[in-house]
Design a protein around this ligand. Structure first.
Ligand SMILES: Cc1cc2nc3c(=O)[nH]c(=O)nc-3n(C[C@H](O)[C@H](O)[C@H](O)COP(=O)(O)O)c2cc1C
Length: 209
């Protein structure tokens, strides 16, 4: 399949086949793709939690208004944001840049000062909002990667982040959940798989000048 047919093959899967499990090499591709997602300033204020355990998936299902994808899918991806973005968070990033690229301090210093000042100036809500945008970007990236790998997925906002944070004990790890994405393989019974895509005409969506 070419890129467009793979993207048409993808759909928000409502019914997964619970007997089909994603092999570890495919899961590895998903992990790498998450880490390779572009983020604002390169700061990666996001984490991916992968839930495979049946008991935890059952608890997550309750927090997601009993949507069956949570328990039928092979794995549930939980996109989280970091909640402690401060001077030391920025410092850790620059240590990593130095380690990876041996960039001299005099080049890094002004940029580090700019970012430290920026994150000292904005409010906690603004930081969380900024980090949340990065989580959406990561989910978009993984939706496409899953399509390329012919792994089915359902992007989800329909869940209680507060309950999810409690179940996964995210607060003590300075994390908050923002998105869920069950992944696995579609059930043969999912009638949604064969439905026409509902999309506006391309000419309406893309403006070329
Ligand atoms: C951010 C986001 C949140 C979504 N939340 C849910 C959800 O909670 N439950 C669900 O069944 N589908 C959810 N969807 C799936 C959308 O309804 C679906 O992607 C859209 O109708 C387009 O259909 P398609 O993805 O099958 O092409 C969500 C999609 C996105 C992008």
């Amino acid at each position: 399949m070419n890129t467009t047919s793979l993207l048409k093959w993808r759909y928000a899967t409502k019914q997964f086949d619970p007997s089909k499990i994603i092999p570890s090499d495919k899961l590895q591709i998903i992990k790498e793709a998450f880490n390779l997602t572009a983020t604002s300033y390169g700061l990666q204020p996001i984490k991916l939690l992968i839930v495979r355990t049946k008991e935890i998936k059952e608890q997550l299902k309750v927090a997601a208004f009993n949507q069956s994808q949570l328990t039928d899918a092979s794995d549930v991806l939980v996109f989280c944001i970091d909640t402690a973005i401060d001077a030391s968070y920025v410092e850790d990033y620059f240590k990593l840049v130095k380690e990876k690229r041996s960039t001299p301090d005099e080049i890094l210093k002004p940029y580090q000062e700019f970012l430290t000042n920026h994150f000292n100036t904005i409010t906690q809500d603004e930081k969380l909002n900024w980090a949340t945008k990065q989580a959406y970007l990561a989910m978009g990236n993984l939706l496409t990667v899953c399509a390329i790998e012919q792994i089915d997925a359902c992007p989800m906002e329909g869940f209680s982040p507060e309950k999810t944070d409690e179940i996964l004990e995210l607060k003590k790890q300075n994390l908050k959940s923002v998105l869920l994405m069950p992944i696995g393989y579609r059930s043969e019974d999912d009638f949604m798989a064969s439905l026409q895509k509902v999309r506006k005409p391309l000419e309406e969506m893309v403006i070329t000048k």
